[in-house]
Design a protein around this ligand. Sequence first.
Ligand SMILES: CSC[C@H]1O[C@@H](n2cnc3c(O)ncnc32)[C@H](O)[C@@H]1O
Ligand SMILES: [Zn+2]
Length: 418
Amino acid sequence: MDEEMPFIQGHLITENDRITYIGTEAPEDQGQFTEIVDGTHKVIMPGLVNTHNHAAMSFLRGYADDLNLQVWLQEKMWPIEGKFTALDVKWGTALSVLEMLKGGTTTFVDMYDHMGEVAKVVEMSGMRGCLTRGVIGLVPPEVQQAKLEDAVSFAKEWHGQAGGRITTMMSPHAPYTCPPDYIEKIVQAAHDLDLPIHTHMSESPGEVEQNVKQYGERPVEHLRKLGVFGRPTLVAHAVHLTDEEIDVLKQYDVRVSHNAGSNLKLASGIARVPDLLRAGVLVSLGTDSSASNNNLDMFEEMRLAALIHKGVSGDPTAVPAGTALRMGTADGARSIWLNDTGMLKAGMKADFIALDADQPHFYPKSNFISHIVYSASAKDVTDVWVDGEQLVRKGICLTLDEEQVKYEFSRCFERLTQ
Ligand SMILES: CSC[C@H]1O[C@@H](n2cnc3c(O)ncnc32)[C@H](O)[C@@H]1O
Ligand SMILES: [Zn+2]
């Protein structure tokens, strides 16, 4: 991280949606700029990239705590999610987008239903989103078909929209919710549209066991045989992996979204992140939804990633601070095939954030990589830019009306829970 993103006292210049200069030299003619932002007492860093979320599930924050994945999903999430309308998805997502933007996340991956609503919120908010209609195939064939068609038409309509800020993927929800022939159809659709695949994989021990019972093999081999890894793939969780499976992920360049907070809360286990990193697998960080986290604070995910692997391995260098920071920024962007964001460098997209570094927990002002990972939180973010546009100023979101979002969210919540 040090080489890619040195901490300097200096200047950053943007033009339109790009960073054009970053360095210590002050630009000569300051009159040429339309706006000058004073960065005294600020840390400027790349925007955070959350590579796994279900934003509309903000309604379910605190709804079902202290349960394991299968009980949580089958007995709590799915029954109430069955009541979600497009309007609920709109305002549930808007609340999450507000939370993410105010907390310094500039790009997120979202897998859900009613994705047109999600895309409209992303478009209006100015954020960057890699969006995907998640499909659960435990339904009659005609419903499966309709869901797949919905996923395809969403991707066709929105890929590349919002000035290129929206990209899309195809998503079988998980091997345990999508029969093999359905997964093959989704892979074919991804191939036809030239899109990546995003899926949940090997999150809990129970699901791995069930996969072996039902299909005679573990999820990685199952998905490999179904052709999933023939497409660019991002898997969420990947907690329960063998050495051989790690090799397969590396061989197929499968990217892993590590969701430490969610995995801990649902008692799913702890992913083998140091082994994945050693094998050369690209690992990024995700919050999963606020129903299993229960916030969307990517600083917390960086901190957890840096801490828990030290704890379980007994190796204090298992995930160093610089690695956690890279997983939350540059590697997050790369893991969703965005090669021009996630770093502060001339030529990259102007997606960056400012933290108020004049707070006690940022002193001494010495090792900011350490401070960002081990001391900071979403609350430290003061300003956010995406594509060179300022979206948050002094903690206030400029693109979404926070009071309106909270009001409409609360109306939807009352209806959903009455
Ligand atoms: C088909 S839309 C997304 C679907 O995923 C569910 N979900 C949320 N978090 C998790 C998780 O950690 N593992 C598996 N599935 C998850 C969510 O409830 C939606 O139904
Ligand atoms: Zn998930």
